[in-house]
Structures are given as structure tokens and as C-alpha cells.
Write a protein that binds this ligand. Structure first.
Ligand SMILES: [Zn+2]
Length: 237
């Protein structure tokens, strides 16, 4: 009888340890190490396409960043409020999409300021990061900018391709953790591509963050007037 209990406890102990596969669990965690990417959308808001994108992002639990054109804000205020409420980052893409390279100082300041005022009136005081139209800026203009600026590390040329499948493929073949992807919520094909990309990459362990969250994740301290191409890379002009 004693031997029986000894055997039973040995079996129970073995079963207990078998239930704690320490090593395999660690390996699985390493394999599933999360990867982070920021999708950014320029040139909106646009009623139909931006609404569809917001629906898709919400369904998938994905965050994104919207660099909006100031003159497109009136009439679309509800879309911006929704972006803020659903955890997205909202940034400035100037008032009328002018190049900030070689521009008169007065024009550059006015173009940035007018959109900033609209955003602050609607969403409250904040730090509205700037994406210079066409990614163009110079040292003179950047000295006037009081927020971080955002470039990109992956450009699938969605505005040129206007084909959701091609745009999604271009992103999926080139994306890596820490990337900032340039897209435009102005085009239905870009919205479709973005949602395809999120579905595919979430399956690979990617998490979709705002640019601010992405930089935080990588320990980068955003500086005013600096132009960031990815979570860790700065770009000069
Ligand atoms: Zn633009």
C-alpha cells in the first residue's frame, strides 16, 4: 500500500511538472515577439473614405495617424472628433497643401498656424505634429516648427497605383517593425489596401500604433523641428 502511494505521488508530481512546460513557453513568447508599425494617412479628411477607414480600424483594434489638410476640416469636424475619441493621432498637413521648401517664411507660418488653430478649437490645446506636404521642408522652415515632423520609411505610392491589391502587396513585401507607412485616406483603394494589410500583419504579430505611440515603444524622444522617417531614424533635408 505504501508503495502504491509513493508511486501515486510520483505520478502526480510528474503530471504537475508536465503542466509547466517552462522552456517551450519562453520559446513561444520569443517567436511571437510583437512588431510595431504606424500607418499614416494624408490629405483627408474626406467624408466617405475616411469614415470607411475609421470603421475598419475600429473593427480591427488598430490605431493610425491622420495628417489633415486644414481647409478640409470645416464640415468634417465629426470625423476628427471620432479620430480623437477612438485613439488615433491627428496631425497637421498645412492649410492648403503647400510645399514648405523654399516658401516665404510668412506663408509657411500661416499655412501651419491656420490648421493648428482649427485643430485646437475643435480638439483642445495639443501637440499637433506636422507632416510637410510632399515630405518637403528646409532648414529655415523647420526652425519655425514647434512640433516634431513626420516623414515615412515605406511609401507604396498609393496615389499613383490606385489599386488596393498592388498597394497592399508593396507594403507586405517591404514592411518591418518600426516602419512609418505613407498612405492617403483620400482614395478608396488606399483604404481597402490598409485594411488588407492590417488583417495580414495582425496574423504575424504586428500591432498598429500611432506615430507617437510607435516612437514611445522604441524609446525615441520626439524633438520639435526634427523630421522622423521611422521609429528610430531621423531624416535631414
Ligand atoms: Zn499630402
Amino acid at each position: 500500500m505504501k508503495r502504491f502511494f509513493a508511486l501515486l505521488s510520483a505520478v502526480l508530481l510528474a503530471a504537475l511538472y508536465a503542466g509547466r512546460p517552462v522552456q517551450p513557453a519562453l520559446q513561444a513568447a520569443a517567436l511571437q515577439e510583437p512588431k510595431y508599425v504606424a500607418l499614416t494617412f494624408d490629405d483627408g479628411p474626406r467624408r466617405d473614405t475616411t469614415s470607411a477607414l475609421l470603421d475598419g480600424l475600429l473593427e480591427r483594434g488598430a490605431h493610425a495617424t491622420f495628417f489633415v489638410i486644414g481647409q478640409q476640416i470645416p464640415g468634417n469636424e465629426d470625423l476628427l472628433l471620432r479620430m480623437a475619441e477612438e485613439g488615433h493621432q491627428i496631425g497637421n498637413h498645412t492649410y492648403s497643401h503647400v510645399s514648405l521648401q523654399g516658401t516665404a517664411e510668412f506663408t509657411a507660418i500661416e499655412e501651419i498656424h491656420k490648421t493648428e488653430v482649427l485643430l485646437e478649437e475643435l480638439l483642445g490645446p495639443g501637440d499637433y505634429w506636422l507632416r510637410p506636404p510632399y515630405g518637403l521642408v528646409d532648414s529655415r522652415t523647420s526652425a519655425l516648427v514647434s512640433t516634431p515632423m513626420v516623414y515615412w520609411s515605406l511609401d507604396p505610392e498609393d496615389w499613383k497605383k490606385l489599386d488596393a491589391g498592388q498597394v497592399a502587396r508593396q507594403i507586405l513585401q517591404n514592411v518591418k517593425s518600426g516602419d512609418i507607412v505613407l498612405l492617403h485616406d483620400f482614395y478608396p483603394t488606399s483604404v481597402e489596401a490598409a485594411l488588407q494589410v492590417i488583417d495580414a500583419l495582425q496574423g504575424e504579430g504586428y500591432v498598429f500604433l500611432t506615430v507617437r505611440e510607435l516612437m514611445e515603444q522604441f524609446g525615441t524622444q520626439p524633438q520639435a523641428g526634427a523630421l522622423y522617417a521611422s521609429a528610430t531614424q531621423e531624416r535631414s533635408w
